[in-house]
Design a protein around this ligand. Sequence first.
Ligand code: GSH
Length: 419
Amino acid sequence: MRTLLLRAVLLCFIGVFAVACTSDGGDDDTAAGDESSDSADDGGDGDDGDGDDGEASTDDGGEEPEPEPEPSDDGDDGDDGDDGDDDVVEVQEGGSKLEEVLANGVVRCGTRDALPAFAVLTDDGDHVGFDADFCRVIAAAVLGDAEAVEFVDLETADRFTALQSDEIDVLVRNTTWTASRDGGEGATFLQPNFYDGQGMMVGTGGDFSSIEDLDGGAIICVAQGTTTEGNAASEAARLGLDWEIRAFEDVDLIQQAFIAGQCDGWSSDTSQLAGIRSAFPDEEGGPEALTILDAVFSKEPLAPAVADGDTEWAQVINWAVSAPIIAEELGISSDNVGDFSDTENINIQRFLGLEIETDDGSATLDPGLGLPDDFGFQVVSQVGNYAEIYDEHLSSIGLERGPNALWTDGGIMYAPPYR
Ligand SMILES: N[C@@H](CCC(=O)N[C@@H](CS)C(=O)NCC(=O)O)C(=O)O
């Protein structure tokens, strides 16, 4: 009980703090609407670019430790706590978000309704896109049902407050992992699911064919409360270019301003630009009317995030998000996932929750994460491996794998070993 009280007081405190701080851990607080800003602070670094964090250790050899024979049952299912009344079960003393999600039978995933290729709500009520599929990955891993997702549409500015106020269980919304956000937004960032970088889009055939052409007071339009704002200011300073940076509340408003000729450049994560470009209205010339310049001037590791203070839930999300990557590493896809019942590859046995022979019989691997032993099977069979998810939503709009290729293919996409 005391914990609950403490938690309530803490949440109030965080709420007040969050309102005072805006959404972006260190970004400049550009006011609503459109307004210029050129301060260069921000959690985003804006200048490095050389993804050198891909690590090198090569271990997954895969022989030694043996699976524990006993089944996992710490994450119980649907019978604990006092639920059954409201739609959301409260975290009990000593309890975790995992218990709450298991009891509710649904993952509340903070995402977006209108980010082409990442998360779009269609006229049929389907949530389609790369981020939407990672929400499904989490639901498949935790609940064994990829459709057990409540998609919560979040404005950019509400991303972290939604986590802090427990409106969502996890945030999967093209959100860059930065130190300021990790440290100052009550969020814990996890395994990135997309390595991105900031770019610039301009009108095709106009005056700007390189980033250096944008000078002399060029108006650069960005989304407010994003890493994009600070990075753009840093990049202009680094290149000695004179940019007026205008921040808008959302993509629709930027698009309107761009179409009205009020923006010389549109800057965002390159993946976002590619998504927006792919859905640019035909009456405005369609995708061909827009050109994404070659320059990439920041590191934007897009990663899911959970609220601080719940290690078990954070670990669950980390391993759920790793599952499609592990599957691709192991050559397992939604097409062939049923073909491994006789495999002797111990890494595949572990990942799919198959029985592994031990000295005293056989057992599936239970590493004690609170996930079902067959969570890998559920993720791949219901949603797919990383390549399948990527190809469906991102290759289809012309985004090459680049740094998001597996580490074995020259990229930095790398999952820790599941053993
Ligand atoms: N990765 C960046 C966000 C990149 C960005 O600005 N994305 C825009 C798309 S251009 C966006 O999400 N806008 C939100 C919206 O319009 O809903 C961050 O974490 O701050």
